[in-house]
Write a protein of this length. Structure first.
Length: 278
């Protein structure tokens, strides 16, 4: 009985040994297969037929292709090309373009076949010119800065360029202090969320009262619209609707376009204070 038990134990050991050898052979085969697959993958990714060699740019005359080419130069881990159409660093290309050109609002990247890349840029629309903090004292149309001293900003209040030949939507300029001391380009104006209503009010002064606005001055929670006639209209920023209603109600008693008034003060509910010239 003991001899038979010993014989079975040796048989079990041989069976376990065969299974271990079989598992090692299977594991070795899997490793070899994985290495061959990896080699084939790297070899395929390095073929010219799947690497970007053509870049087309739409919507911008800036050298955006050069930025994309720089970002696609080199290899991942030293073996996988960055310009492979399957592994393009699209997020990096987009971020680098936006960082280099603040005047571009959005960038769309798309593959064109296996060897092409298309870049489509959407430019920011200039809403008006921002000219920094207002100078001390009353403004006059003749004292407004020339285009070289101002910057363009978009509907979100993002300052994106020095003034160029591009005409903004609104002809008047904006004065507002900038909290940061760094370069204005790339900054967002602090009153950005309130500018649409303030600019609507300025345009209504022209369309309703025939008084074109030369400058909108924002400071300390108040807005001053400097008219081409030399009149200043003051109100609480954000209270444009009540200010305009008050002006309309007193339309028959004041003239904003003939230059007869020094200022009109609309900061107090239900009341209008004005001062005539002379």
């Amino acid at each position: 009985m003991s001899a038979r038990i010993l014989s079975r134990g040796r048989g079990s050991d041989r069976l376990r040994a065969r299974r271990r050898r079989s598992r090692r052979r299977a594991l070795g085969a899997l490793v070899v297969l994985a290495l061959l697959s990896l080699f084939a993958l790297v070899y395929g990714l390095r073929q010219e037929a799947v690497r970007v060699s053509r870049i087309q740019v739409f919507g911008a005359d800036a050298p955006l292709a050069a930025i994309a080419e720089a970002d696609m130069r080199g290899d991942y881990l030293g073996v996988i090309p960055r310009d492979s159409t399957f592994l393009l660093p699209l997020a990096r290309i987009r971020a680098d373009i936006l960082a280099a050109y603040p005047a571009i609002a959005a960038v769309s990247l798309s593959r064109s076949g296996f060897t092409g890349l298309s870049i489509r840029a959407d430019r920011r629309v200039p809403v008006a010119r921002w000219c920094g903090a207002a100078p001390s004292g009353a403004l006059a149309t003749s004292s407004l800065p020339d285009a070289a001293g101002c910057y363009l900003f978009d509907a979100a209040g993002f300052v994106f360029a020095t003034t160029s030949a591009e005409l903004p939507v609104n002809p008047f300029v904006l004065y507002e202090p900038l909290s940061s001391s760094t370069s204005p380009v790339g900054a967002t104006l602090s009153a950005a969320s309130r500018l649409p209503a303030a600019f609507d009010f300025a345009r209504q002064l022209g369309s309703t009262f025939g008084a074109s606005v030369s400058a909108v001055v924002i400071a300390n929670g108040e807005a001053n619209d400097e008219l081409a006639s030399g009149t200043r209209v003051t109100y609480v920023l954000g209270d444009e609707q009540n200010a305009f209603t008050a002006l309309v109600s007193a339309r028959g008693q004041l003239n904003l376009a003939d230059g007869s008034l020094e200022y009109v003060d609309l900061r107090f509910d239900g009341k209008i204070y004005l001062k005539k010239k002379g």
